[in-house]
Design a protein around this ligand. Structure first.
Ligand SMILES: Cc1ncc(COP(=O)(O)O)c(C=O)c1O
Length: 430
């Protein structure tokens, strides 16, 4: 049974390659066309409201259409939506707020997406160090440009530090500039950093890699290794920024990187990203200042646009006032433990993983510490559960980390637990 009509399916096929707008499409039997989002729920054109744990891939920490963000966007749209990446009052205020909140942020460069932020961060690191190589971690996602589409979801074990392209069309020359290590393995990272330090510009990672939290000492260990080797440490805080804590992973884990990348929450769900970091490194973003007339050539029509900046500012101000982080953790804990109880009752051999506002199903014999643990797990089983849960009215993307937001209510959580029970019954029925 599909939630999408035959006519809509035909329309999708006639408009988009393969009938999908991006690779993040739902499988066709649970696919639906979204026409509205309110608080913790999304409405499909099929008239069905679903409890949303996708949350704009983590961007919507306050839920959909939060009144403060709606008002800010309405007011700004009447005053002009963009002025070609030129300084504007909302971008100024947002940059100031970020510099106050983020430990590493001495300066800010605005972009339009998280992918652009990681792309420019790598370029800044290369310009600053005069070296080409970047070390990332297997399973870590940094957006969709050529340098980041390597070993995000390889189908086979890696031959570290060699990476595997996740997409077609990535030049082999680019692949040669990106090395890969297993997440949470400080000894493996140390070996690679020490061996390649003369060519290594930066180590880039998601401090919480997808749904995997760092082992105690892993981030500090990386920081020390980078400092010793004179290599830059880049935190991709596109998801963790303003979500894990107001000051992001750097505040939560007490480790300050040289550069950090932003998107998602900082734009209040609108198109906005940023690179923040040490002044001496970010100076290269400004042509002429370092005596090089080129700089790293940062430019974008919508960079720091006032519409997104107004949304981001409203989101950050609300987060600052609300301080929802204890509540997010409590909701996450409650959902994970209630879900685990249901799964155990049905004996499915699936665990609920994650921490704080993150959660996901995992079918492996221990808590995952790296991507290889996912590769070794039964991902088909968890996908089937995700699909069954979707059929019960809970919006999740299969085998992808998901989030509770400040908008989720106790009723949402209770309804989700009942939905999971129904999903498990459907699975065990066959
Ligand atoms: C950790 C991380 N970095 C970068 C990105 C890319 O951001 P965007 O989709 O805005 O380009 C994402 C997107 O999900 C992400 O999760």
């Amino acid at each position: 049974m599909s939630d999408i009509s035959r006519a809509t399916e035909d329309q999708l096929q006639s408009l988009f390659p393969g009938g999908r707008m991006t690779k993040n499409a739902l499988p066709s039997d649970v696919n639906f066309v979204i026409c509205e989002g309110k608080g913790s729920r999304v409405l499909g054109t099929d008239g069905r409201w679903r409890i949303d744990y996708v949350g704009g891939a983590g961007a919507l920490i306050l839920g959909h259409a939060h009144p403060a963000i709606v008002t800010a966007v309405q007011e700004q749209s009447a005053k002009g939506t963009h002025f070609f990446g030129l300084v504007n009052d909302k971008a100024l205020d947002l940059a100031e707020e970020m510099i106050k909140a983020v430990p590493c942020a001495e300066r800010v460069i605005f972009t339009t997406t998280g992918s652009e932020s990681t792309y420019y961060a790598m370029r800044l690191a290369r310009a600053h160090t005069g070296r080409d190589l970047i070390l990332k971690f297997e399973g870590g996602y940094h957006g969709n440009h050529d340098y980041s589409n390597l070993s995000v979801a390889p189908k086979a074990a890696s031959n570290y530090p060699g990476g595997q392209p996740d997409a077609l069309g990535i030049p082999s020359g680019v692949q040669e500039t990106v090395m890969v290590a297993p997440f949470n393995d400080i000894d493996a990272a140390a070996r690679i950093i020490k061996e390649h330090k003369d060519q290594l510009a930066a180590v880039m990672l998601e401090p919480v890699q997808r749904v995997i939290f760092p082992r105690s000492g892993f981030l500090t260990g990386l920081k020390n290794l980078c400092d010793e080797a004179n290599v830059l440490l880049i935190f991709d805080e596109v998801v963790t920024g303003f979500r894990l804590a107001y000051g992001g992973a750097q505040e939560a884990f007490g480790v300050t990187p040289d550069i950090a990348c932003y998107g998602k929450v900082m734009g209040g769900g609108m198109a906005l990203g940023a690179v923040a970091g040490r002044e001496d490194i970010l100076l290269n973003g400004n042509p002429g200042v370092t005596g090089d007339s080129k700089g790293i050539a940062i430019s974008g029509t919508l960079h720091g646009n006032p519409l997104s900046a107004a949304a981001g500012l409203a989101c950050l101000q609300t987060l600052r006032d609300l301080n929802p982080y204890d509540d997010l953790r409590a909701k996450g804990d409650a959902l994970r433990s209630a879900f685990q109880e249901v799964l155990d009752q049905h004996g499915l051999g699936i665990r609920v993983i994650g921490s704080e506002s993150w959660w996901q199903f995992f079918s492996g014999c221990h808590e995952p510490v790296d991507y290889a643990d996912f590769l070794a797990s039964d991902m088909l089983k968890t996908e089937l559960l995700d699909l069954a849960l979707s059929r019960e009215g809970v919006f999740v993307m299969p085998n992808t980390r998901r989030f509770v937001s400040a908008a989720h209510t106790n009723e949402d959580l209770e309804e989700s637990v009942l939905a999971l029970d129904a999903a498990c019954k459907a699975i065990t029925r066959g």
